[in-house]
Write a protein that binds this ligand. Structure first.
Ligand SMILES: O=P(O)(O)OC[C@H]1O[C@H](OP(=O)(O)OP(=O)(O)O)[C@H](O)[C@@H]1O
Ligand SMILES: Nc1nc2[nH]cnc2c(=O)[nH]1
Ligand SMILES: [Mg+2]
Length: 184
C-alpha cells in the first residue's frame, strides 16, 4: 500500500444527523409498505445498522455480498456474487443500501439481479454518491452526501480492508510523487 494520509471530509456528527434525516424521509415514503432493505456487504454494514435504528417503521433486513475485481482504489465492473439474498422479494418494495456509488457498475449489476426476482419496486439509498466517475447512468434515490471524486474511507468503507471502523469519512491523500516514480 502506498504511503498516504487521511483527511477528514465528513464528521461523525454530520453523518449521524444526515442518517436520521434519511431515515425520516424513507419512513415517510414507505409508510404502510412491505419494505425489504438489502445491505451490500461489506461496505454497507455500519450505514444499514444506523439507518434501521433511526427508522420508525417495520422493515425486513437482508444482505447480499458482491465484490468487484481490480486494485484497491479502482472498480473494474467485473462482479462476483458470493452471498445471495435469503428472503423473497417477489411483489415487495426493495431499498438497496450501499456505502458508495462510484462508476455505478456494481449497482447496475445488482439492479439486474434483483429485477429478475420480480420486486414491486427497487430503489437505491447510498451514504455517498460519488458522481464524477459514473460509467453508467444510475440514480441514487436517497443520497447521504454527494462528492465529485476522491477515494474515501471510514464508516464501513475500506482501503485494502483497513479503516472500516472510523466514525467519520476521510479522503485518502497519497503522498506526493517522488520525481521519476509513479503514485499508483
Ligand atoms: O460504483 P462502483 O464503481 O461499482 O463502486 C462502488 C462499490 O465499490 C465498493 O465495494 P467493494 O467491491 O470495494 O467491496 P466492499 O464493500 O466489500 O468494500 C463499494 O462498497 C460499492 O459496492
Ligand atoms: N472505500 C471506497 N470504496 C470505493 N469504491 C468506489 N469508490 C470508493 C471509495 O471512494 N472508497
Ligand atoms: Mg471496498
Amino acid at each position: 500500500m502506498n504511503a498516504h494520509r487521511l483527511v477528514l471530509k465528513i464528521s461523525k456528527d454530520e453523518i449521524q444527523n444526515r442518517v436520521r434525516a434519511l431515515a425520516a424521509q424513507i419512513a415517510s415514503d414507505y409508510q404502510g409498505k412491505d419494505l425489504v432493505m438489502v445491505g451490500v456487504l461489506k461496505g454497507a454494514f455500519i450505514f444499514l445498522a444506523d439507518l434501521i435504528r433511526s427508522l420508525d417503521m417495520p422493515v425486513e433486513v437482508d444482505f447480499i455480498r458482491i465484490a468487484s475485481y481490480g486494485t484497491s482504489t479502482e472498480s473494474s465492473g467485473g462482479i462476483t456474487l458470493s452471498k445471495d439474498l435469503e428472503c423473497s422479494i417477489d411483489g415487495r418494495d426493495v431499498l438497496v443500501v450501499e456505502d458508495i456509488v462510484d462508476t455505478g457498475l456494481t449497482m447496475r449489476w445488482l439492479m439486474g439481479h434483483l429485477q429478475r426476482r420480480n420486486p414491486r419496486t427497487v430503489k437505491i439509498c447510498a451514504l455517498i454518491d460519488k458522481y464524477e466517475r459514473r460509467a453508467v447512468e444510475m440514480p441514487v434515490h436517497y443520497a447521504g452526501f454527494r462528492i465529485p471524486s476522491g477515494f474515501v474511507v471510514g464508516y464501513g468503507l475500506d482501503f485494502a480492508e483497513k479503516y472500516r471502523g472510523l466514525q467519520g469519512i476521510y479522503e485518502v491523500a497519497f503522498d506526493a510523487m517522488v520525481e521519476g516514480s509513479h503514485a499508483g
